[in-house]
Design a protein around this ligand. Sequence first.
Ligand code: PMV
Length: 376
Amino acid sequence: PQPVALQATAQANANIALVKYWGKADDELIIPNASSLSLTIDGLGTTTQVTFHADGAVQDGSARVDAESTSRPMPQEQGLCGDGHESSQDSDTLIIDGRQHSGKALHRVSDLLDRIRELSGLHAPATVISRNTVPYAAGLASSASAFAALAAAGSRAAGLNLDPKDLSRLARRGSGSASRSIYSGLAVWHAGHDDVSSYAEPVSTIMEDAAEGAVAEDFGMNLAMVVILISNRKKSLSSRVAMRRSVQTSPLYQAWIESCGRDLHQALAAIGHADVEALGAIAESNSYGMHATMMTAQPPVVYWQPATVEALHAVEELRAEGIGAWSTMDAGPNVKVLTASKDAVRVCESLRERLPELDIRVHEAGKGVRILDRTV
Ligand code: PMV
């Protein structure tokens, strides 16, 4: 039979958490221990094209597999590491920034594609071609933009038309933080307790519900992130492993989870009052709290480098000068600085003066995931 190309392309941006997600209640379904809050930013993103080969032909035509033979067990029944179970990574193809990937990366992608195959009833291998629109190499944006783009392109290519909430739930299965990259600007990922109840929503929806009426987009917050690139090398330890270690061994972990509930509550109140200062202070302290659970894990997880500490001090100096800037960090050495959009250029220039050897750029609030007309 002629190959039937079921194809779609999607673009998604990275998001930076202001109240972090760190630790899972359910490793398989990726249900977090606490709800989180993030800002989607522009300029750090992924464009992904997914093509299902509906006749079961692999892309180069060198081999053919029966489409039915690619039917997989439910993702819940699969292990994470791929040992000892059949996987569609045997038939899916993954190309990231021009390089073909196998192993763990392909396995994670195939797991999400399996979920899409299950939802759509489509039993076909896929080719995934992904480009990171990151201005300075990889290793900075989390897997958020990658799995949000994959979920959107994959579900559309398979003929599914998921609403944002279901798309968020699907993206979550690839990488927790991806659930939030579905939306523009500020988003909350409700921890929930199962696959159905764990999804992200735009903050504006939550506030509208609370206020019972329409409110201005992002509550006039007009936030930006100034990103201080300290290293674009692949991190030494994945966030998956690091967060599990915090959960299992840090004596601070329980206190951290409790603080996340309070932080989210106060952060939403700060957003409601368009109080950047209050939001910044919460974000900074929440990030330090998360890193405290890493540093007190056994063995400790320390993503910080000497330049990280310099950058954190530089942000404090800016604040001492009366400039509104607050640091936040994820599972890596890079420092992101939350600020009001109107102050972003000034913050960026002041940081460049203090840290002349580092690559520092402004990222405004970014758009949510979208389907593109063009291919990659
Ligand atoms: O989505 P993951 O598994 O890459 O975890 C991301 C965790 C942090 O980036 C450190 C925090 C967050 O909420 O994004």
